[in-house]
Ligand binder design. Structure first.
Ligand SMILES: [Zn+2]
Length: 351
């Protein structure tokens, strides 16, 4: 395999929003519900949103997540957790919604409105005009409104935000459980971790994968929705079975780790149900590696999972994939690629 460099995402609004989801400043959890709230308003063609109109959908999302998982922020960094304390009080029945909404209006938007579009130290995109100080409102940009016409994409981004939020919470929580690794549960379609010898489902895998590969089939690049795509093992589970039969030892690679999962459309989901005969052709291995690197760079509990399965450095991970590809060839799996493609790969460029 010759060395290749991997290109970055193309600059466009949905990739910018994904970048915000993954890399944006995020001390508590506010950017997730805030982003979902403005996407929702944009998809309903509403431009001027008052602070009090932001408060309810915003805080309802926080309540929902906090009920699922109490870890809502990096406690070392959040010194003034007034807002989150009040959400907790609401869940415990100590204050009512009216009171919580007042606190949300006062405390909830102090930083997030300014910080949302910032990645590193740069504002990467203008999603709205910030008039919080003068008129207690934001005004969504035409750019965002135009983008929000694509309901499927908005829905996928919102779900992707949810799964990222779940994983971020796990990362805050795993300060207490530093050994956590994430695996795939085929029955439920969720990502889970082993804890105290039990599986704990964390979040659904399809939107998580969409975060990194986009809303397209990993192979043919046809647009997909959550309903018409399947989570696919890039290297088929069959490899472990055959490896054991042939070599009488266990394959040292967990085929159910996120680094081996992609979303694929129905046609590409196992060529005629015969993935055991095939392995994706070379460019898809590059694509997979690059995508895994993106996961490593942005998603804390997933980063650990990928490192533990594929290696600590990018080069080790690359070499591990090369070895696995050789193993597939050794077991006579033939190169496969879709007959028809609908777009370019995200990372791999055929130079
Ligand atoms: Zn496909």
């Amino acid at each position: 395999m010759s060395r290749k460099t991997f290109s970055d995402y193309k600059k466009n609004i949905d990739n910018d929003i994904r970048t915000i989801i993954h890399y944006g400043v995020n001390v508590a959890c506010y950017k997730f519900p805030f982003l979902q709230t403005i996407l929702d308003y944009a998809s309903r063609d509403i431009t001027h949103i008052k602070r009090e109109e932001l408060a309810k959908p915003f805080v309802e999302k926080i309540i929902k997540h906090m009920k699922k998982n109490p870890f809502q922020g990096n406690s070392e960094i959040i010194r003034n957790g007034t807002m989150l304390k009040n959400v907790k009080n609401f869940i415990d029945g100590k204050i009512n919604m009216e009171r919580l909404l007042l606190v949300t209006e006062k405390e909830g938007f102090k930083d997030v409105v300014r910080a949302l579009p910032i990645v590193g130290h740069t504002q990467i995109i203008e999603l709205y005009k910030d008039e919080m100080r003068t008129n207690k409102q934001i005004i969504l940009t035409d750019n965002l409104l135009k983008f929000a016409k694509n309901k499927n994409l908005v829905n996928l981004l919102s779900l992707g935000t949810d799964t990222r939020w779940d994983l971020q919470q796990r990362s805050w929580e795993t300060k207490n459980h530093p050994e956590t690794l994430i695996e795939y549960n085929e029955q439920s379609g969720d990502l889970f971790e082993w804890r105290f010898n039990n599986r704990h489902n964390i979040t659904s895998s399809k939107p998580t994968l969409i975060n990194y590969q986009g809303d397209v089939c990993f192979y043919c690049r046809k647009s997909v929705s959550l309903e018409n795509c399947e989570v696919e093992h890039f290297i088929p589970l069959d490899l472990a079975k055959r490896y054991f039969e042939r070599k009488n030892k266990k394959l040292k690679y967990n085929l159910n780790n996120i680094g081996n999962l992609v979303n694929a459309c129905e046609e590409c989901n196992g060529p005629n149900g015969k993935w055991h005969l095939y392995t994706p052709s070379k460019e898809y291995w590059y694509e997979l590696h690059a995508r895994n690197e993106q996961i490593c760079n942005s998603d804390k509990p997933l980063e650990k999972t990928i490192q533990s399965n594929l290696g600590m450095t990018s080069e080790e991970r690359h070499q591990k994939l090369v070895k696995l590809k050789e193993l597939c060839n050794e077991f006579s799996m033939q190169d496969w690629k879709p007959k028809k493609t609908y777009g370019e790969l995200h990372y791999y460029r055929n130079e």
